[in-house]
Design a binder for this molecule. Sequence first.
Ligand code: ATP
Ligand code: MG
Length: 197
Amino acid sequence: MKVGIMGGTFDPIHMGHLLAAEAVKDVYKLDEVWFMPSHLPPHKQAAGATGEQRLDMTKLATRGYEDYSTLDIEVARGGVSYTIDTIRLLLKEHPNTDFYFIIGADMVNYLPKWERIDELAQLITFIGVGRPGFDLHLDDLPEFLQERVLHAEMPLVDISSTAIRRRLGNGKSVRFMVPDSVLQFIKRSGLYESKPR
Ligand code: ATP
Ligand code: MG
């Protein structure tokens, strides 16, 4: 089985994430995509929503699509989420599955800095997608990574969670930028209403 892993903070999940996942799934003929909110990514500050809330929103967005699901392992484990630890766990549970880790162009340049990246790159394949404002330069990567990072075309989407949090803080609409179920969750829980820092 071929499974795409979409990692991130998802604070909140938005249409850019979902379109990236679907594009990669389509190009590389993946069977499923698993969304995996991280607890506390090494390169990021604490999120605006709690881990549970980010998990809830991701579950709402993937609910009802049989080829999409949400993994709670990183939020449940707590602490700093290192992808290498998570992937080792997943491979132990699913020894016959090929994992493809989906990353946006903004993350690709960071790859060499990921924890134990040399080991990680032996275990999974990365698939980079474009993102407005970020050039995808796969040939700038160190050689051992170049052959482990593939590319998938997608309809570029200029949406970020940061922009969504900012819009909500300013009382602007984010309808159609996030799934309706996620928007309802945000409104119901009053998330992101205070002015962004
Ligand atoms: P934030 O602004 O809080 O950083 P984000 O929109 O970048 O949020 P993340 O949760 O940080 O979302 O990203 C998870 C993954 O999705 C990353 O690999 C990121 O590059 C990718 N991604 C996010 N938004 C897009 C987009 N609009 N198009 C393509 N990839 C995206
Ligand atoms: Mg981001």
